[in-house]
Design a protein around this ligand. Structure first.
Ligand SMILES: CC(C)(COP(=O)(O)OP(=O)(O)OC[C@H]1O[C@@H](n2cnc3c(N)ncnc32)[C@H](O)[C@@H]1OP(=O)(O)O)[C@@H](O)C(=O)NCCC(=O)NCCS
Length: 175
């Protein structure tokens, strides 16, 4: 609860907007300060070019997944957030995250990625803050994710706890 209180009192928190493309002055200011580019926008639109998404995932070395399954996963996600760099009339996909949910209590965040050229500039944090804000606005109170070992600290810096109250993530795979 402490985390959420801190989150909502955080002046850096991203405001929710109704339009498809959400432009956030603070994000732009942050991005510009770091010379990221002239324009960063967020979107919850699901119509994402799957080839651009594949390129983004390739850029961080993720294994390729069948595009028809990625398409299905996006269609059936509760929330899809993409982050774009806009230059003149062109926009480039530079970040992505999505969440699945029971639409009442729980959500799980998947596929969090920022293009390597844009990493280490605070954008991953803003992307996560944005998705958390959206989930909270839907009254989802329990947010989980599966962290790769080398990004545990990244999520901890956002308030996520590994194994709270001894709870363990458990996996089953077909043999
Ligand atoms: C993990 C990832 C999304 C972070 O995005 P990013 O834009 O580089 O992160 P930020 O610049 O917003 O960093 C926010 C904070 O987390 C820290 N951080 C970022 N990546 C970290 C890492 N791998 N380990 C520890 N701390 C990390 C930053 O130092 C920063 O700390 P600060 O707030 O004290 O300055 C990005 O590195 C990425 O896409 N990695 C490849 C894909 C991946 O592993 N995704 C997660 C799958 S579970």
């Amino acid at each position: 609860m402490g985390f959420w209180k801190a989150w909502f009192s955080n002046p850096e928190a991203i405001t929710t907007a109704k339009n498809t493309f959400v432009e956030e002055e603070k994000i732009n200011a942050k991005a510009n300060k770091k010379n990221v580019g002239n324009h960063i926008i967020f979107s919850t639109e699901r119509e994402i070019d799957l080839y651009q998404l594949e390129e983004l995932c390739d850029a961080v070395g993720w294994s390729r997944r069948p595009l028809r399954k990625v398409k299905k996963a996006i269609e059936h996600s509760f929330l899809v957030v993409s982050m774009w760099q806009v230059q003149n009339t062109q926009k480039h996909l530079i970040g992505f995250a999505r969440a699945t949910s029971d639409h009442a209590f729980n959500a799980t965040i998947w596929d969090v990625v920022v293009h390597p050229k844009f990493q280490g500039k605070g954008l991953g944090k803003v992307l996560m803050q944005y998705i958390l804000k959206q989930l909270r606005s839907e009254e989802i109170s329990n947010v989980t994710l599966f962290a790769d070992p080398d990004v545990v600290e990244f999520y901890q810096s956002l308030g996520f706890m590994p194994d709270p109250e001894g709870i363990k993530g458990m996996f089953w795979y077909p043999h």
